[in-house]
Design a binder for this molecule. Structure first.
Ligand code: ADE
Ligand code: ZN
Length: 335
């Protein structure tokens, strides 16, 4: 199964660019940009990764990304991620980025998106990895700040496929951003939002996503299983759920294999993703392999999870068929 998973064509739909910042790269960028770190070695950084909930992760995550300053920094960050996943047979990525976490430090929007876009083009040409970009708003900041960043993004709409909502979910419900997401939709952007595992008011947040925001996808969304009517609605709409097994383990001490299998059995389009792979120390293949082992998933279940990602990806039908055919051919050849 391990070899099968490693070679299987995959799509990743839930990965934060800033969550791909590896400890060695933090050090290299700190040196180049003249920034003093509180750690002595990359291993010291890893030793500090003692996450037990979302806020304990976010504190370290935002501190580390302070080393990202120049266009070249964003280029390198994104290109290194694409290099990693190219080897893992990831054919397509929808990449989140958090502009507010950089503009708040004086980094220009054009610097951020310029570096990322250059890496996307190079990855497609050199590595054969296609990608689209999703701009996330930080939900613990104001709706006004989110709206200002949506306006900053307007000259770059041809480089952004959708908007998302991330950061600290507690007391920051989807409805806080209803106006921003309505405006994003009017500009033709796709909509997704984090409904992180076991958050306060998670049931209400999920229903707001479905009924008020009318999202095109849900990030995480594992708690939907607690509500039969919600599961039926998600299945009926064919909405994708971007589940992140290793990330979940830091919150619920499980890879949520039971829950992911339940989603498949209910016809919900669960997908497997890495979330913040440099921090959770697991990229796509590690997520799939660990999940398969915990849940003793069959080959058919693993293939279904990969198929779901291509099916719910924000790409046109012709491209979708090309990816799905690559997956089908792989399965036939491996039989
Ligand atoms: N930002 C980066 N990773 C995140 C996650 N898993 N949940 C919320 N915000 C995030
Ligand atoms: Zn996430």
């Amino acid at each position: 199964m391990r070899t099968f998973i490693e070679g299987m064509p995959k799509a990743e739909l839930h990965v934060h660019l800033e969550g791909t910042l590896e400890p060695e790269h933090i050090f290299a960028l700190a040196q180049r940009n003249g920034i003093e770190l509180e750690y002595k070695t990359p291993q010291d950084v890893i030793d500090a990764y003692d996450f037990h909930d979302l806020p304990s992760f976010l504190t370290i995550y935002y501190a580390a990304m302070g080393v990202l300053r120049e266009e070249q920094d964003f280029y390198e960050l994104a290109y290194r991620y694409f290099e990693k996943v190219a080897v893992e047979n990831v054919l397509y990525v929808e990449l989140f980025f958090d502009p507010q976490a950089h503009t708040s430090r004086g980094v220009g929007f054009a610097t951020i998106i310029g570096g990322i876009h250059r890496a996307q083009s190079a990855a497609e040409t050199n590595l054969g990895v296609k990608s689209n970009l999703i701009m996330c708003f930080l939900r613990d900041l104001s709706a006004e700040s989110a709206m200002a960043h949506l306006e900053m993004a307007l000259p770059y709409l041809d480089r952004i496929i959708g908007v998302g909502l991330d950061s600290d979910e507690k007391d920051n419900p989807p409805l806080k951003f209803a106006e921003v997401f309505k405006r994003a939709r009017e500009h033709g952007l796709k909509l997704t939002m984090h409904c992180d595992v076991n958050q306060k008011d998670i049931g209400a947040h999920l229903w707001e996503c479905l009924n008020d925001i009318q999202v095109d996808r849900i990030d995480h969304g594992v708690n939907a299983l607690e509500d039969e009517a919600m599961c039926d609605e998600i299945a009926k709409r064919g909405l994708g759920l971007t589940v992140c097994p290793v990330s979940n383990r830091f919150v619920v001490q499980s890879l949520t294999a039971t829950e992911i299998r339940a989603m498949l059995q209910k016809g919900m389009k669960a997908t497997i993703n890495s979330d913040d792979p440099a921090y959770f120390r697991a990229y796509m293949n590690e997520n799939f392999i660990a999940l398969q082992e915990e849940g003793d998933f069959s080959r058919d279940e693993i293939v279904q999870l990969s198929r779901n990602a291509f099916e719910v990806a924000w790409i046109d039908d012709a491209q979708k068929q090309i990816f799905l055919r690559a997956l089908d051919d792989y399965v036939i050849d491996a039989a």
